[in-house]
Design a protein around this ligand. Sequence first.
Ligand code: SF4
Ligand code: SF4
Length: 150
Amino acid sequence: MKKAKILTTPHMERCIGCHSCSLACARLVYKKLSWDTAGIRIVSSGGLSTGFEAKSCLACDPAPCALACPTGAFSQRRGGGVLVKRKLCIQCGDCAEACPVDAIYLAPTWEPFVCIHCGQCVAFCPHHCLEMVEMSLGAAPAAEGKEVAS
Ligand code: SF4
Ligand code: SF4
């Protein structure tokens, strides 16, 4: 059976809030420099003593953000989450509004940034907080490849 991998955040109790994961995503996936313009963002859970949380895509299937997107810029990814075609995005913000866990960052221009489950951030975490996990796929035909960098 075919498998797809998704990004998970199973060990956030070890997170020191260094933002290495976000910076890796911003730089490698989105060709940006700010840790906000990334598919994973790290926020304090209430103070240094209470640690940090990751805001990242939960790989919904069906994905509410893809269903809300009026242009097909976000479409369903096999295994959960979304494929992104940035050239189709009209910056309406509907995807971010539809996400139940606030996993999509909207830049001031309303350009959306979301995890595409590529796993490139995992190796950059010095405390091994992140993991790629294999999901079994159904028999549906393969989706088209993702397209992120514009
Ligand atoms: S971005 Fe949000 S709504 Fe879209 S698949 Fe991920 S968790 Fe679900
Ligand atoms: S790289 Fe790891 S330790 Fe650093 S912010 Fe991300 S999850 Fe936390």
